[in-house]
Design a protein around this ligand. Sequence first.
Ligand code: MF3
Ligand code: CO
Length: 260
Amino acid sequence: MIYLKTPDEINQMRSSATLVSRTLGEVAKWIEPGVTTLKLDTIAREFIRDNGGKPACLGYEGFPGTLCIEVNDVIVHGFPSNYVLREGDIIGIDTVVEKDGFMGDSCYTFPVGEVDAAVINLCRTTKESLYVGIEACRPGKRIGDIANAIQTYCEHRGYSIVREMCGHGIGRDMHESPEVPNYGRRGIGPVIRNGMCICIEPMINMGSRNIIIDRDGWTCRTRDHKPSAHYEHTLAIVGDEVEILTTFDYVEEVLQDRFI
Ligand code: MF3
Ligand code: CO
């Protein structure tokens, strides 16, 4: 069942989304060769708590971190660890913040130092496909229209789409109905309507779309170990408008000319 939000609830969603966006901006300041992903996790956890939020991933079905850490071939749901970031890595940071009972969810894939041009292209296309998906998200259209727009955009550029993981509705829970896949047919799925809040999050691979899950039961990687990129926004349908509740402005202010 899809929970449509009232204007008051959407206001609360705005506030959670702002905090998660600011959290990614804070983490961005620390991303460089030599830093551990555990350090990034600590920065995020403290920042969220200092700003009146709760790290929603921490303890969620046993997940051990505030941040999902996605280095190189990791697609989603990697653990913070003592891994030390290296020049040439890419790192996706995906996190969910709860504030006053509502969730904000966002993800950004960062370059670490100088990154291979082909990998930067993967990141850029993935990020562009997020906005292509958002453009296709209009009241009266369907979830399949978003999915198809993302798939078409990425496949035309030679990349593959992860199928096992999807975007989702969001609100008081981090995962609500509907599922928002990144592939599929136009004109199918639930109708997009006033009051819906959803996360769009393309996960795009340089090589094949196949995945493996590590023995930790969480870390999802590309089977061919080629890189994968991931960007995510939380959106609300407000009347006839689609409002992007999260923003990459905080991240991009920190990255300056290094942003993707
Ligand atoms: N944005 C991620 C998702 O939608 C957040 C997962 S939090 C975790 O799946 F705790 F499940 F890892
Ligand atoms: Co999400």
